[in-house]
Each structure stands twice: as structure tokens, then as C-alpha cells.
Design a protein around this ligand. Sequence first.
Ligand code: ADP
Length: 256
Amino acid sequence: MFITIEKVSKTYETRSGPIRALETVDLTIREKEFVSIVGPSGCGKSTLLMLLSGLVGHSTGSITIGGTKVNAPYTDIGIVFQQDVLLEWRTILQNVMLQAEVRGLDRRTLKDRALHLLELVGLKGFEGMYPHELSGGMRQRASICRALLHSPPLLLMDEPFGALDALTRDQLNIDLLRFWQESPTTVLFITHSVSEAVFLSDRVIIMSPRPGRIEEIVDIDLPRPRRMAMREQPRFIEYSRRIGRVFESIGILREE
Ligand code: ADP
């Protein structure tokens, strides 16, 4: 297994007392698997992602990625957040190249890769522009390029498309999958959208309200490449319903 999460829990110590964010979590993820996590706000999704990055320490249990125990910041990853966190005073290319600079990697070879990645996401011709000259979707595309510049074996995405309008979001879903099929990497993707999770993933992990636990894991057995039209097919709808029913059973979705 590429990632092994064993009996991991997280309690934040705060001034007003401990906050139990994650109850015991056991999970394994295969190399190059696309896994989404869905669950209500505050159930510990971001916490789980942060524990994997090692930026936040777990309280109990162990996390192993690619044979290495995560006990300190684990750097062989790319992260994309809901906010694109581009530096406004740097061009798009310079923003993508930031990844090489902070890691002390060879800029000359990575510049070619940066240009290639930007071209793949449709940003050819925008390399020299500044973030404020781009739309929200284009900015998020650039931040995905930055996250992937050093070809990380693990990509962590925390609601990356949550702030975008529905059409842009659909387009980015398609683009992300195209990217991922061209150079597969392990992806852990947090979303509030059940249909986005089903569309993208090999497996969807459903978490319960705080303290977060894994309530159920659903294998998404749909062919790839995924097509938007699949969202209307009975199997796709059945997966979405099944996840919805889990939410109902744990009191997240109520009709009245
Ligand atoms: P989600 O991503 O599912 O919305 P989070 O992982 O952000 O959930 O948060 C889980 C719980 O942990 C929440 O109750 C949140 O308030 C709490 N929490 C998150 N980060 C911290 C922190 N740094 N200090 C204290 N509590 C935190």
C-alpha cells in the first residue's frame, strides 16, 4: 500500500480545552488511486489531509507514505487549496516556478515542464500575465500546475474547486482527470459535492460528523475516461444516491 493510516486520531489542544477532530481512522490507499473524501463541515477532512502532509501532527496511531513514517513535514507532495494562494506580484510562470525555487530544484529543466503543464491546462499564452489578469478558474489551473511541477507521488486537494461557478468546476473536473490519466499520481481530494466525488474517484470515503470517523467507503466502478454524460447514467445516479443515503442514516441530510 502506498499510504497506510493506522488507528490515527487527532485532538487539538486549545485554550478552551481539547477538541477531538478525528476519531480513530484506519485507511489504506493504493499508489495512483484517486480517492475523495466527503462529509459535513467540521468533520475533520482538512485535518486528515494536514496529518498526511505532516504539517499537523497526529495524536495517536501511525501514518506511512511510500514506506516512510510521517512524523515531520512530509515534503514529497503537492497541495492545492480552495484559495489558489498565487503571489500577485509574480507572473503565472513565476508562480508555478516557485515550487522549484523553494525546493532548490533545477530551474532550467523545470521551466520546460512548467510551460508544458500550463499548456496542458490551456494556459499557453498566459505565462507572462499576473494573477489578477486571470479568471478564478484559470488561477486555480495555475495553482494545480504549481502543485504538480515537481511530479509529486501524492497530490492533496482541499476543496480545490469549491469557490468556482458550476460550469468552470465541471471543466476543471474534466481537465484534472485528463491530467491525472496522462501522468497518474495518488490523489486525495476533499469535496462537499457528492457528484464531483463520484465523477472523479476510484473510491469515495464518507465521513461522519465530528469527531470524524470513516462511516463508509464506496468503490466507484465506472469506466475511465469518465465523461460528463455519465452523470446521467443509472449507475452514476445510484452511487450518488447510495452516498446520500449514508448521509441520511447519520443525520446529515434531513427532509424536514
Ligand atoms: P473539515 O475540513 O471537515 O471542515 P476540519 O478538519 O477543518 O474539518 O476541522 C475539524 C474540527 O477541528 C473542527 O471542529 C475545527 O474547528 C477543529 N480544528 C481544525 N483545526 C483546528 C486547530 N488548528 N485548532 C483547533 N481546532 C481546530
